[in-house]
Ligand binder design. Sequence first.
Ligand SMILES: [Fe+2]
Length: 121
Amino acid sequence: MTAEIWQTDMNGVYLHTGSFGRKMRDDQFQGFGRSITDQNGHFSFRTIIPVEYPGRTPHIHLKLLNESENVLTTQLYIQGHPLNKEDFLFKQMTKAEQKINSMKLIKNNAALAATSFEALS
Ligand SMILES: [Fe+2]
């Protein structure tokens, strides 16, 4: 299975041509990535901690594909982030959905690691 992510740069600007704040975009930030899952469905990316942008709590977009078939499109949130409770999409989910769509940031030497889908493991 293929996992694809996309997110804003540290200024809250997407690579997309229609994104607001294009003049502030960090052109050193790729903004998207693709990975192949392992035998257990695990995948990983090295990226920045997502930031908020107007009207949205920090999140990373995620799409899972089986060959070219879309299996899942969702967003991953930072567990316990104070803006989650104000986010119009986050608020629409049940507590269980919020939990499985949230990443827990864990200190890992000089960086942070994130885990997700706790309810499924
Ligand atoms: Fe977004």
